[in-house]
Design a protein around this ligand. Structure first.
Ligand SMILES: Cc1cc2nc3c(=O)[nH]c(=O)nc-3n(C[C@H](O)[C@H](O)[C@H](O)COP(=O)(O)O)c2cc1C
Length: 377
């Protein structure tokens, strides 16, 4: 049977050659927001590996919107120039459509890189004041953020629009707003982090207002023929937090504003959340959002095995799947999935000779004990 995972999908004027997306992955390796040779290696390698879409990591729209000192940014001309070089290399040698995730860290900003501990920066480490919907720290021991004023909100909204214009100038194919994982836009949505009583908090509609304003500003700044997506929260996994019903309602509101797809993730608002991790554990959220909001949907989270990914798309649980760690572990995941599913993947000419069809070693290298397909769900 023809693989559904390897069928194209059209999002506005962009057609992805298959449904496999490299999930956005922070590299914490930039210099004042500027991409460098690490991004060239990391993204270049993935751009030649045949995904339907390669997402560039969460990219801060203003300097204080970075999570760490190493986060990528698109808040300065230098940032734009540096990223343009990486994009040019990916275009010259690879053929994966390129998307970028735009983000603001909010109260999760001013943090150490994960491999330095991942906690709030100490003042002597060039820490900065963070902003959030309400002055509630992320966790015990974290700095208390400043409650965002209306002037902060106007500046940040404009910064999302300006970064979107920079992404358009660089020639990126797709832009995505990060409204999950506890960062600023998600923090506005969740009652656990938003206790405001003005126009931006209090009721579900008011909590959604700022993220929706940001998305509207991005849509207006982005070419009409290019797709815009949003990563949303399927569940806060906490009593009193966001639920999948909220995700459905939010996705409907996004669709009305010209958003072309949502990626349904979860968690990140509190370290106390208890998350039932397991293969495809967020897929039911994507399925529900897709069915009830009628918007193209990307599933993510512990999707690791080709047949598991194929089933998610073929059964209509999601239109696309995103993998993060799977691609770090095996940058050639798409080639190997194509072999497993009897589909055709894209290879750069320099690497054509590794195709299983022409190199018997491929079969030997990847001979593994048969896996039960049920176990992969
Ligand atoms: C190294 C790393 C960096 C990540 N950075 C981001 C990011 O920039 N934006 C985002 O939305 N999610 C980020 N994530 C989450 C992934 O995109 C993905 O949602 C999560 O890892 C679950 O997918 P997986 O099980 O395929 O890894 C990151 C994950 C990893 C492992």
């Amino acid at each position: 049977m023809t693989s559904q995972l390897f069928t194209p999908i059209a999002l506005r004027g962009l057609t992805l050659p298959n449904r496999i997306v490299v999930s956005p992955m922070c590299q914490y390796s930039a210099d004042d927001g500027c991409a460098n040779s690490w991004h060239m290696l990391h993204l270049g390698n993935l751009a030649v590996s045949g995904p339907g879409l390669l997402m560039i990591e969460a990219t801060a729209v203003e300097r204080i919107g970075r999570i760490t000192h190493g986060c990528l940014g698109l808040y300065s001309d230098n940032n734009e120039l540096a990223l343009a070089e990486v994009v040019a290399a990916c275009r010259r040698w690879g053929n994966a459509p390129l998307g970028i995730q735009l983000a603001h860290a909010g109260r999760k900003g001013s943090a150490q890189r994960p491999w330095e501990g991942g906690n709030s920066l100490k003042p002597e480490a060039d820490a900065w004041e963070t902003v959030a919907p309400s002055p509630i720290p992320m966790a015990e021991g974290w700095a208390t953020p400043r409650e965002a004023t209306l002037a902060d909100l106007a500046r940040i909204r404009d910064a999302f629009a300006e970064a979107t214009r920079r992404a358009a100038r660089i020639g990126l194919d797709l832009v995505e707003a990060h409204c999950a994982h506890g960062y600023l836009l998600h923090a506005f949505m969740s009652p656990l982090s938003n206790t405001r009583s003005d126009a931006y908090g209090g009721s579900v509609e008011k909590c959604r207002r700022f993220p929706l304003e940001v998305v509207e500003a991005m849509r207006a700044a982005w070419p009409a023929e290019k797709p815009l997506g949003v990563r949303i929260t399927g569940s806060d996994w906490m009593a009193g937090g966001l639920t999948v019903e909220d995700a459905v309602a939010f996705a409907k509101a996004l669709k009305e504003r010209g958003v072309d797809y949502v990626c349904v993730s979860s968690g990140g608002i509190s370290l106390k959340a208890s998350i039932p991790l397991g293969p495809g554990y967020q897929v039911p959220f994507a399925e529900r959002v897709r069915r009830e909001a009628g918007i193209a949907t990307r599933a993510v989270g512990l999707i690791a095995e080709p047949r598991q990914a194929e089933r998610i798309v073929a059964s209509g649980q999601a239109d696309m799947v995103a993998l993060a760690r799977g691609f770090l572990d095996d940058p050639r995941w798409v080639w190997h999935a194509a072999e497993a599913l009897g589909a055709t993947a894209s290879y750069p000419p320099q690497y054509q000779r590794t195709r299983a069809a022409v190199w018997p070693g491929a079969k030997i290298a990847r001979q593994q004990p048969a896996q039960s397909s049920a176990a992969a769900d």
